[in-house]
Every structure is written in C-alpha cells, then in structure tokens.
Design a protein around this ligand. Structure first.
Ligand code: FAD
Length: 279
C-alpha cells in the first residue's frame, strides 16, 4: 500500500522543525530513519497530514563527549554510526553491544537513536540499555529544553513522556566506570528479530543494575546485590506485569528473565575479572 497524502517539510534547524510541529501538533509527525514510521504510513496505521523530515537537520547528528562523564548522541545519529564509534566502544560498551542486536545492518544504517527512543518499542534494545545505565533523553519544544531520565521517559508500549510538540534532540549516556562489568543479552527467534526478552546489565561492587526489555509494557529497571539476581529480577518485572502473548507465554518469559539475569551477571563478572587481570 501507499501512504495517504501528506504535506512534506524539510526543516534545516531544530528551531524550524519545532515551529512546524507546534503549528500542526498532532496532525504532524517527525520522520527520522523511517524504519518504523514508513511501514506504519504505508499500512495507513497512521495518517499524519504533515511529515517533518529531520534528515537535513545536521545539528542533530553526531556523537560528542561532554565533560562530566557523559556522552551525547545526537538524535539523528544512525544506529550503525554509534555502533562503530570508538568513543562509545571505549566509554559505553553496553550501548555498542545493545546496538549490535538491533535488526540487521541495512536497518541500522538508516535507523536513528532518537527515533528508537521516541518510538519506544518495548522490545527495542537501546531503550533497555538506556534504562539500565540511567541514561537521559533531551527534549526540546516551543517552551524550551528539558532532560528526562530514561526510567521516566519510557512509559508504556509505544508511549513516552514526550509532549506532542517536543522533539528528541539527544540521548545522554553515562560513561561506564572502568572497574564495572557489563552485558547485553537477548533471546529472539532469529538473530535480528525483536527480542522476546532482553537484559542490559552493569555490575559495580557486586551490585547489578539491569533493565529487561520485551517482557513488560516498558523496560523495567532492577537493582540486585544478590549473587543470583534471578529472584529479584522476576519479582521486579512481575510487579509491572509480565507480557503473555502469541510470541511467548508469561511462564516462558518468566524463565527467560531468570535465565538472562544469571547469564548476564556471569558475563559481566567475567569481564570485570578480565579487567583486573589486565588481559
Ligand atoms: C525489519 C525491521 C526490524 C527491526 N528490528 C528491530 C530490532 O530488533 N530492534 C530495534 O530496536 N528496532 C528494530 N527495528 C526498528 C528500527 O530500529 C527503527 O530504526 C527505530 O525503531 C526507529 O528509528 P527511526 O529513526 O527509523 O525512526 P522513524 O521510523 O523515522 O520514526 C519512528 C517514530 O519516532 C518518531 N520520531 C523519530 N525521531 C524523532 C525525534 N527525534 N523526536 C521525536 N519523535 C521522533 C517518529 O515521528 C515516529 O513516530 C526494526 C525495523 C525493521 C523495519
């Protein structure tokens, strides 16, 4: 199918993009990599009257180290660019690992980090990693800029705390303490499919900070100081509600949560020990 008719805008700046969005509000949609939006438009699941193409807003592109232990990912930075970025690999390796699980290279070449956050698929890897890391989302609208903790940003299936006229301008990722371990693991039917269950974890001084994707209505954060974090993980996700659908039963997802928690801790611990040995 073809999308229904729409007006096409090609802003050159964030200010211009927000002005157009403010003018048309819910009748307008931002177009980033188009990897999720274009199928939705083609199937006419959404019929925005106005498309605001962000691909010419160059100020939204790029990875930048900021002073106080954070790395800033411009919203229009492609998944593939972040995955291959040396600064990210050195300072935020959990993000590199998470992105390598997103779909396939051709999709990562177009898909953007801002689009992934705004789209808020509960099975998407980057939102899960951001919640585990305590990352932040920078949003700009007609009333100014605000910074939202990832844990507050992702609210429900395809639902965020963004206002209808706000644009995601950047994601902020804290640099990982070099003494910490990390792991991103997921279970999907085939490599590149959306996860039936995923976990992003950092391990610092025996405390695992993790988030689970694909198992609930949003990425769920869990902190556990237990050597076996499975019980804490299952309890925390159960509190939000474990998904039961055609892809996997609640009982199966419960087992995946427990198994992924244990495996991720083992991988994170092994990486910490590698660091201590100086290998
Ligand atoms: C076959 C296939 C498999 C996939 N598998 C995976 C997978 O395994 N894991 C995964 O995480 N993703 C997967 N994806 C989705 C892919 O990662 C998308 O790139 C991502 O979900 C959206 O990014 P985008 O830049 O393409 O956004 P778009 O599709 O352009 O936009 C998505 C939504 O976000 C809004 N939006 C975009 N940018 C902004 C912004 N800066 N501010 C505010 N709103 C904005 C748009 O208006 C739209 O509503 C898959 C896609 C396909 C086609």
């Amino acid at each position: 199918m073809k999308p229904s008719r729409f007006q096409y805008h090609r802003p050159r700046s964030v200010t211009e993009a927000i002005e157009v969005k403010h003018e048309h509000d819910l009748d307008a949609a931002f177009l980033a990599g188009g990897q999720s939006l274009m199928p939705i438009l083609n199937m006419r699941l959404a019929r925005p009257e106005v498309l605001i193409d962000l691909n010419w807003v160059t100020e939204l592109d790029g990875v930048q180290e900021v002073d106080d232990g954070w790395v800033k990912l411009g919203a229009m930075t492609r998944h593939a660019a972040v995955e291959c970025d040396a600064t990210i690999a050195a300072g935020c390796p959990l993000v590199t690992e998470a992105l390598s699980n997103v779909a396939h290279p051709v999709i990562r070449n177009r898909g953007t980090v801002g689009g992934s956050a705004a789209h808020a698929d509960v099975a998407a890897e980057l939102p899960t990693a951001l919640v585990a890391l305590g990352g932040r989302i920078v949003a700009q609208g007609p009333d100014g800029t605000r910074v939202i903790d990832a844990a507050d940003f992702f609210q429900f299936h395809f639902t965020t705390s963004l206002d209808t006229t706000e644009l995601v301008t950047a994601l902020m990722v804290p640099r990982l303490d070099p003494s910490s371990g990390y792991a991103f693991l997921e279970i999907s039917r085939r490599h590149g499919d959306f996860a039936l269950a995923s976990v992003a974890m950092t391990l610092t001084d025996g405390v695992a900070r993790m988030a689970f994707g694909g198992v609930s209505s949003r990425p769920v954060f869990v902190e556990s100081a237990e050597e076996d974090p499975a019980t804490d993980a299952v309890a925390a996700v159960s509190e939000v509600g474990i998904t039961d659908d055609l892809s996997a039963s609640r009982a199966y997802r419960t087992r995946l949560i427990a198994t992924l928690a244990r495996r991720a801790r083992a991988v994170a611990l092994a990486r910490m020990n590698d660091g201590v040995d100086g290998d």
